[in-house]
Structures are given as structure tokens and as C-alpha cells.
Design a protein. Structure first.
Length: 210
């Protein structure tokens, strides 16, 4: 376990270091291109933040969807592709004056930044999957599920959500509060109450009513 943790944090540190240097070079390239094409001053210095910020924002949305086992929004994929395309294009333009080799050299920091950031997201996703699959518990703490017999045909959305949540906990992949609310059309407050009831029952207490 200590070896795995050391490997993971060493990888994270290396990725962050390379990403920081690549992001700085990419930023300088983008500022040079933007200011040379009619956006000087403060706007020229802030413009590259819009490009790289789009990549980060889209990646975080995809990460959130992956952690909750939900379908990622198409908009997030489109924005990620647009951000990557824009940052590569502006860095290539920074090296146009030096010919094809200059274009490749100028584009490399942008590719390095995008690649390192996505590697970091892969590490986070892998860590979340390992935690969810661990028999010692889930990211939200160990939950012992009682022998609760759910109705064969739930008569309400709340009962259906409760049955589904119990099954998901038994499978070591509990549905999130937001997932329950979205899937069964119940308020977040009811979803929170439902999860608390199952957790209480698992600790030897009788779950409360609906």
C-alpha cells in the first residue's frame, strides 16, 4: 500500500511539474500571438486564460461524471476538443516565422500541457475506481447493509429509489444523492434521508419511515 501511494504521488508531482512549465511557455506563446493580432494590453494577457481555462473546466466536468458513474455531457467533450484545438493552433502560429520545425517546437509545450493535465485526470479517476472497488468501504465510508427485503413492485418513487440504493450498496457502488434525485425524480432532501436510513439500518438501527 505504501509503495502504491509513493508511486501515485511521485507521478502526480512529475505531471504537475511538467504541466506547470508547459503551461507557462504555452501562455507566453499565446500572449505573443494574441497581442500581435490586435489585442494588446490586459486583454492580450488574459486571452490565453480563456483557452486553457476551457480545457480545465471541461476536464473537471468529465471527471465528475466519471466519478459518479454518469454519462458525460456532450458539451463537455466539445468544449474540451475546442480548447485543445485552440491552444495547439495558437502555439503553432507562434512558430510560423521559423518554418515547420519552429511550428513543431512551439506547439510542443501546448501538447505537453494538455497531455499532462489529462494524465492527472486519469490518475484521479483510477484512484476513485480503486476506492469504490475496495472491500473495506466506499469513498463515503464503510456501510453495512442489513437484510432488508424491498417490495417486489415499488409503489412510489421513494420506494423504488430505496430498493435501487440498497442494491447499489450491496454491489459496492452506491448511487450518489444527486444520482438518486435525478434518476427517480425525488427531492435531494428525500435522497439524503433515504441514504441516511439505509446507513442507520446497516449499523443495527431500524430505518425510519418515508
Amino acid at each position: 500500500m505504501n509503495g502504491d501511494r509513493l508511486t501515485r504521488w511521485t507521478a502526480v508531482a512529475a505531471v504537475l511539474a511538467v504541466a506547470a512549465v508547459a503551461a507557462l511557455i504555452s501562455y507566453r506563446h499565446a500572449v505573443d500571438v494574441v497581442t500581435a493580432h490586435g489585442e494588446p494590453g490586459m486583454i492580450g494577457r488574459l486571452y490565453p486564460v480563456v483557452i486553457d481555462g476551457l480545457i480545465i473546466a471541461a476536464s473537471m466536468v468529465l471527471l465528475d461524471a466519471a466519478r459518479h458513474r454518469e454519462r458525460a455531457p456532450r458539451l463537455a467533450w466539445w468544449m474540451l476538443a475546442a480548447g485543445i484545438g485552440a491552444t495547439l493552433a495558437v502555439n503553432v502560429l507562434a512558430g510560423v516565422a521559423s518554418g515547420p520545425l519552429g511550428e513543431m517546437i512551439a506547439a510542443w509545450p501546448a501538447a505537453g500541457f494538455v497531455g499532462c493535465y489529462e494524465l492527472l485526470m486519469l490518475l484521479v479517476r483510477a484512484s476513485a475506481r480503486r476506492t469504490a472497488a475496495s472491500p473495506q468501504g466506499t469513498p463515503e465510508g464503510p456501510v453495512t447493509v442489513p437484510e432488508v427485503v424491498a417490495p417486489e413492485v415499488p409503489s412510489t418513487a421513494y420506494e423504488a429509489a430505496r430498493a435501487a440504493y440498497i442494491a447499489s450498496v450491496r454491489g459496492a457502488n452506491p448511487i450518489s444523492e444527486r444520482g438518486l434525485a435525478d434518476r427517480f425524480g425525488i427531492p435531494r432532501s428525500q435522497a439524503r434521508k433515504l441514504r441516511a436510513e439505509v446507513a442507520a439500518a446497516g449499523n443495527g438501527h431500524s430505518p425510519g419511515g418515508n
